[in-house]
Ligand binder design. Structure first.
Ligand SMILES: Nc1nc2c(ncn2[C@@H]2O[C@H](COP(=O)(O)OP(=O)(O)OP(=O)(O)O)[C@@H](O)[C@H]2O)c(=O)[nH]1
Ligand SMILES: Nc1nc2c(ncn2[C@@H]2O[C@H](COP(=O)(O)OP(=O)(O)OP(=O)(O)O)[C@@H](O)[C@H]2O)c(=O)[nH]1
Ligand SMILES: [Mg+2]
Ligand SMILES: [Mg+2]
Lengths: 278, 291
């Protein structure tokens, strides 16, 4: 019996390492370990299949109220904004979203709201072409307010189904850039008071605990309605999405699984748990 | 932050003549917590704690400082030691043109860093040439061309051909133009993408770079170790750059990457502009990780 306990302790240590290395962080890892220990007292865990079953149950519970749907029929035009730190995958995800909604028969106007980064507009324009979406830009713009206003105005006039707005990458500790984001929201609201109807935080799947800070800080600037976790086709597990979902109640809407236009999948908790062991 | 957390724990150590296993446990738990919150890899953190514990045990507490201060000193020194002790500069030796190749995961900051490095070298009197070898990402070539224009550094570009051909022709141009440093920007890629890793191995064989720099996003979590190890195993990585360190991330990835690859962290990128480039200093960075 003593030996049994020893095996279990070693296995628990392996599980602890596994959870930490999936970027679940201290709080979530400790709470998961407690649940696993409780479960193992009722039924011994001897292999990773047992563990996978327990985690699946646990995650189904934690994500029971997660709704990955974007209610694009609720407004016309439906205004969707992507925000996030530099290089997280905003521009690529916006292209994928335009394509995703095109499959549902929705027409999009993509608005080039990144007026700073070299070739940001050209990059987005190529995605718009690939997705069959309309595109509006101002290559001479020194800041995003004007083109975003113009784009929303055009969308209202043309009664476009979806207005997809790209923004420049910004670090959440840069006060001036976060203030600009507030301004972007105000500019949109001048024309459509209850917009943006969907504000997605685009999170790099390789991010560590700073992802939680990003969600918290961006959440202070505008009411985020969803999370997209990109680059989960790599070896990163994106574990911080659990902490963000629990702390902020933020729905996880999509995962990015590659660099092609159809590499976007609505979040599915079972698939996510499977991917932890992948 | 770590120091504040330690204050309470270390107060208990006061009045104790020797640092023992018992009285050091709380401290080490606190340190481990701090390292994990700072995104130091789980295994790296565990080994670090073990090593520091061994060093601290049995250390006769000096009259001049408290045991707590002594432990902090050991931790700080050990961190600096692991981060590489001192700055290792860029290797520009050998017959020109010297090639520096940039590799890394998607979005880590390679293209932006290419321009920063070019500007830095130009300031030092070198004549750099930038090479746009990312043929995949939409407008990647335009991005580097645009950045090159801003800093007045030539960019070799060609659309519709393979990265190998671009690099070959860029080297010809470099020799013709008396370029002394060639900086090759490559596409972001996954270390588990065999085809893409083969491409960059082919480029390594073609270019014989003096430096292959692994560009890592400073906010990266536990995956830093997996990615860095794989890139380092498959390529002759000579150095590491940590980007976006103007953020508030603690950057524990630095310790993980250095530990697992053994390669020096050469630069820190701390902003989006070409001038936002700093040499990596282990002592300064140790303070940052400890918060
Ligand atoms: N493997 C993989 N790469 C991705 C994914 N999403 C985006 N990328 C890549 O990540 C890199 C950065 O993507 P961008 O769309 O430019 O990111 P961004 O957030 O718009 O960047 P900035 O505007 O500069 O802040 C590109 O190389 C993309 O192809 C994904 O789901 N998987
Ligand atoms: N704040 C900040 N942003 C940075 C830094 N380095 C790069 N960036 C930004 O990060 C984003 C991604 O940079 P890129 O240079 O396009 O990254 P990349 O590695 O070339 O991306 P791929 O080619 O798609 O793999 C851009 O928005 C850059 O401006 C930095 O040190 N600080
Ligand atoms: Mg972008
Ligand atoms: Mg690039």
């Amino acid at each position: 019996f003593g030996k049994e306990i020893k095996i279990n302790k070693n296995f628990l240590e392996q599980i602890e390492a596994f959870l930490y290395q999936s970027d679940f962080g201290i709080t979530v890892t400790e709470s998961l370990l407690r649940k696993i220990e409780e479960a193992s007292r009722k039924l011994p865990i001897t292999n990773y299949q047992d563990l996978s079953n327990i985690l699946r149950e646990e995650f189904r519970e934690r994500f029971a109220r997660n709704n990955p749907e974007i209610p694009i029929d609720s407004h016309k035009p439906f205004v969707l904004l992507v925000v996030g730190v530099n290089g997280s995958g905003k521009t690529t995800t916006l292209g994928k979203l335009a394509y995703f909604f095109a499959q549902q028969g929705k027409k999009s106007l993509i608005i080039a709201g990144d007026t700073y980064r070299a070739a940001a507009i050209e990059q987005l324009e190529l995605w718009a072409q690939r997705a069959g979406a309309d595109f509006i830009k101002n290559p001479d713009a020194k800041n995003p307010s004007g083109i975003i206003y113009e784009g929303v105005q055009k969308g209202l006039h043309d009664q476009t189904d979806l207005l997809l707005i790209d923004t420049a990458g910004r670090l959440h500790n840069k006060a001036n850039l976060m203030e600009e984001l507030r301004k972007i929201v105000r500019v949109i609201q001048k024309l459509i008071p209850d917009a943006p109807h969907e504000s997605l935080l685009i999170l790099d799947g390789t991010v560590g605990q700073n992802g939680i800070v990003q969600a918290r800080e961006f959440g202070k600037i505008l009411p985020l309605t969803g999370l997209v976790v990109t680059k989960l086709d790599g070896t990163a597990k994106g574990g911080v999405l659990t902490a963000i979902h629990e702390k902020m109640g933020l729905p996880v809407k999509f995962v990015g699984l590659g660099e092609k236009i159809d590499d976007l999948l609505p979040f599915d908790v079972d698939l996510y748990v499977d991917s932890l062991f992948g | 932050q770590l120091r504040e957390n330690l204050e309470g724990v270390l107060k208990k150590l006061r009045g104790q003549g020797k640092i023992t296993e018992a009285n050091i446990q709380d401290t080490m738990r606190e340190i481990r917590q701090t390292l994990l919150e700072a995104d130091v890899n789980f295994t790296v953190a565990r080994d670090f704690i073990q090593h520091v514990t061994e060093k601290a045990l049995g250390v006769q507490v000096l009259k001049s400082i408290t045991p707590g201060q002594q432990i902090i000193k050991i931790i700080h020194e050990e961190l600096i030691h692991l981060l590489g002790e001192e700055n290792v500069p860029l290797n520009l030796s050998g017959l020109p043109p010297t090639v520096i190749m940039l590799v890394g995961l998607q979005g880590s900051g390679k293209t932006t860093f290419a321009a920063k490095l070019a500007r830095h070298l130009k300031e030092q009197g070198k004549r750099p040439l930038l090479v746009a070898a990312d043929v995949y990402r939409p407008a990647a070539i335009d991005q580097l061309v645009r950045l090159g224009e801003h800093i007045d550094v030539p960019v070799y570009e060609q659309k519709g051909v393979t990265p190998a051909k671009i690099c070959r022709q860029a080297m010809e141009k470099a020799r013709q133009d008396n370029t002394n440093v060639v900086i090759v920007d490559t596409a972001g890629r996954l270390h588990i993408d065999e085809k893409m890793m083969n491409e960059v191995k082919e480029l390594q064989n073609l270019l014989h770079p003096r430096e292959i720099l692994f560009i890592a996003d400073g906010m990266i979590g536990q995956d830093a170790v997996t990615a860095a190890r794989d890139f380092n195993d498959q390529l002759s990585v000579t150095g590491v750059v940590l980007t976006k360190m103007d953020g508030d991330t603690r950057g524990g990835a630095a310790l993980s990457i250095k530990t697992v690859t053994g390669k020096p962290i050469k630069f820190i990128s701390s902003g989006e502009k070409p001038e936002d480039l700093e040499a990596f200093h282990p002592a300064r960075f140790a303070d940052r990780i400890l918060g």
